[in-house]
Design a protein. Structure first.
Length: 303
């Protein structure tokens, strides 16, 4: 199978690329950075560029003749600083739409898998089902929702199989260093002060290998529609932070400070994984403690 992975050098994309290569598929990786996939660059094709440069490479995409395209490529969204910037729209929607138009011109229409976010759902403290009426509270979530609606209709009108995945707090090796788990692990390994809000939020965490396994199942099957990619479990963030401290055997001073709580912060970010479980053959999942151990080991080895 020929698979194009945009944003294939990012955290989620790179693990998906490695899973596809492991399963002997032909992969074309489009990314601005290939550091996370440097170990397998001799086993895949690559195109270097930002999302606004995707359609410049129409000839290479046509020649590759993809069976599946998974669109991780997105500019911004990793930090709170840019989730409400207008560039969420201008840097992503026009170029993603043009990319869809390019795919519709291919002789063989590939399956399209778009990557959304739990930010589409909004802030209601509940376990989200895929059919929940989305009420995003920031530009990032709204932009993802807008592209989800557009891509679904566009693919329907152009006879393209369409799937939309919503990852929920995926963690593990090679995660973006500014995200909470790798940031806390780094500080605790170095015995630095860890000063956080009260961390009473309830979160669904899923290990990156489980994520790539589930996405792979959707890539190789005829399953279509919207899927939460999550563990279906609830964790109090404070317990997760304390577990990291225990597993790193850290001497860091740990402060949970409710005065740092954001006024509009979400109280719960959790999803149902029943649909993805019923649609795939995956049975075994890595538990949180083991996943954190593996993440700690990876960060230590990279120091």
């Amino acid at each position: 199978m020929n698979v194009i992975v945009t944003g294939g050098g990012g955290f989620l994309g790179s693990h998906t690329v490695k899973k596809l290569i492991k399963e002997n598929h032909n992969v074309l990786v489009f990314s601005k950075n290939f550091e996370n996939v440097k170990s397998c660059l001799n086993q895949c094709k690559t195109i270097s560029g930002y999302i606004d440069e995707l359609c410049i490479h129409e000839k290479e995409i046509i020649n590759f003749s993809p069976d599946v395209v998974i669109h991780f490529g997105w500019s911004g969204g990793n930090n709170n600083a840019d989730i409400n910037e207008s560039k969420q729209f201008f840097d992503n929607l026009p170029h993603s739409i043009k990319f869809l138009e390019l795919l519709s011109r291919l002789d063989k229409k590939p399956k399209f898998i778009g990557v959304g976010s739990f930010a589409e759902y909004g802030n209601d403290p509940m376990v989200y089902l895929e059919n929940y009426n989305e009420k995003p509270k920031d530009f990032y979530g709204l932009c993802k929702k807008m592209f989800r609606e557009y891509s679904e209709m566009f693919c329907q009108q152009n006879s393209i199989d369409w799937t939309w995945i919503r990852p929920c707090f995926i963690y593990g090796p090679n995660d973006v260093s500014t995200r909470l788990i790798p940031k806390v692990i780094n500080k605790m390994i170095k015995s630095e002060l860890v000063h956080l809000d009260d961390c009473e939020i309830i979160i669904d965490y899923l290990y990156i290998d489980d994520f790539s396994d589930l996405v792979y199942e959707l890539i190789i099957t005829k399953n279509v529609g919207i899927y939460n990619i999550c563990s279906g479990k609830k964790y109090i963030l404070k317990d997760v932070i304390n577990k990291i401290k225990e597993l790193t055997n850290s001497k860091s001073k740990l402060i949970f400070d409710k005065t740092m709580n954001k006024k509009d912060r979400r109280k719960m970010i959790c999803g149902s994984n029943l649909k993805i479980k019923l649609s795939t053959n995956k049975e075994n999942y890595i538990d949180l403690e083991e996943g954190i151990k593996q993440t700690i080991d990876h960060i230590k080895n990279a120091m």
